[in-house]
Design a protein around this ligand. Sequence first.
Ligand SMILES: [Zn+2]
Ligand SMILES: [Zn+2]
Length: 688
Amino acid sequence: MESIVREITREIKESQVPDKYRPISFEEYLRMVFEDPRLVRNAYQRLYDMILSHGTHIAKVHDKEVIHYNFFDDPFGKGEDAIYGIDEALKNLVDTINAAAKGLGPERRIILLHGPVATSKSTIGRLFRRGLEEYSKTEDGRLYTFEWDVSDFDDEPTDVVPCPIFEEPLRLIPIEQRQKILVELNRIFKEKYHGEYELRVEGDLCPKCRFYFNRFMRLYEDDLEKVLKHVTVRRLILSEKDRRGIATFEPKDKKNQDEEELTGGLNWRLVQIYGSDSDPRAFNYDGELCIANRGIFDGEELLKLQEEFLYDFLHATQEHVIKPKKNPRIDIDTVILGRTNSPEYKRVKSNERMEAFNDRTRKIDIPYVLRKSDEEKIYRKFFGKNRVWGKHIAPHTLEMAALWAVLTRLEEPSADISLLQKAKIYDGESIPNRTVDVKKLLDEAKGKEGFFGISPRYVIDMISKALVNDVEGCINPYRVLAMLEDNLPHHPGVDENRIEEYKEYIELVKEELSAICQEEVRRVISHDPEELRQVGQKYLDHVMAYLNDEKVEDRYTGEEMEPDEEFMRSIEKQIGITEAQKDDFRQEISNWISERARKGEPFSPEHNDRLRRALEKKLWEDKKHNINFTAMVSDKTTDPEHKKRKAEWIERLKKEYGYCDVCAENVIDYAGAEVAREELEKRESRLP
Ligand SMILES: [Zn+2]
Ligand SMILES: [Zn+2]
């Protein structure tokens, strides 16, 4: 047992920040600051550098290049803190923080994250808080504060008094002299760290520190050197739990709202000790705005705050000052972040008395995701890969739910494409035989799309509900779509005027899903790699001969013959290549072959996606008449051959497409029924 404790102790010690407990003299701190001027960065500058410290890369959004900040990709590996699909909004946010770091204005505003319910607003706040905590533990992100040694004074109840708001030690230097130091620090910062902004240490000591500062100054007759001997500099590790530099806040209802919650209030025990309620030592510097000094103040539903308290925010943002009752002003240095939902924002926006407040906010829109694959990633975050609570999630379940959610968030396109096609274009798909001006499409919808429709929370709730109600051990997309549809009228977050519309989108998604399922079953049933390769090779031979105006040599007989037009067309038609498009397609295939050859890569027909699809469909067409679907669907067949084949398909669906036994069987039966129905219709239409 003893060795376990020793081992744990060693691990804990090794993971600690090196100078966590080391007392540092003021002089030594000054040397450290000249070594690394970044120590004195303000809260916005530190936040900005923290975000950048995680790196960036260029992301492509609809052919447009956008800087992507890796910080938003679940930097602490918890799985739930990744933000998807809103690169442009995040860039706008980081740009604002950058401008605040440079002192260009936003540092005197509340950064207000605005958007519909259940976007990533809370995740952004959580990431900033956690990010700052972690950054403060690193060499690059470290910061310091100080405490007073007051043991010489008999009237103090303790020997050591830390600055209650974790001030930067340079604040101990009076402003005039401090400026001279800062000029030198900025020179070093630019030279050594290529600093892009100006380091500023603004504001006066907090009232409590000012009290001791003045007291020591009197004692030593303004000999600052002697005064500073009573100061010990300490490493500051920001911590939300310990209420150091990171504060969260949520307005309570009217009756319970207490101003002191933001600014702090009197400590009556200390009032008794010091004998006065205006003694700065008798004040509790525990208001959330004090706690947030050096770091971040993160306010939920900020606009629900009573108007009278909003003035505390105005001072805190505009002047970086807190004005508590019965106590002098407190200069603070903190990022003020707020979040608000659209309805609340509209209400406050239209309130004239709130004008001052509106002027002091910098609104950053955080919209819903408009790309299906990004929306799907949000659900994956909750439901993992494809098994949750011991239950299987059938392929396309999350994808189709995501498609539906995205459809509810789009405006009808004015171009002559369907809403479904619009969703596909947004997701980076191309519409066959069409060129669509994506930029125009996006411009048209800018600022509107992403602010209405179904929230990811509703979808996640319904998927959970489907999982809870499931008895088969597997939920499929049809089950989830039904759940999404049935609960629309009962859900508080759903706009009741749009329910009919939402139901129509369910139908659209079902059609899409049906096509996907049929395609998959097709591929599984017709799959014969050897046959596919042979037919594919034959197609390539004929295409090359066709393009080069040559004859084809038969691989077996060696006989020369004309390229077989009918054969080539029978394959191309499978993926909708028209007579007019066939030359382009053949040229494209030829280019693809040359490209692979040039790179020294082997090529085989199944390596080309479009060609493989065409071949699979062709083989399927050739085969499907030999498969008795109707028999299979009714499942009365006793034919052992059928059973064997079906078992093979199920295996393949499991191996290649991620189905389980339950959903594989379902999809074969379902798609089989669809094909059988189609066949019947065709046969009927052929009747005279
Ligand atoms: Zn202080
Ligand atoms: Zn399944």
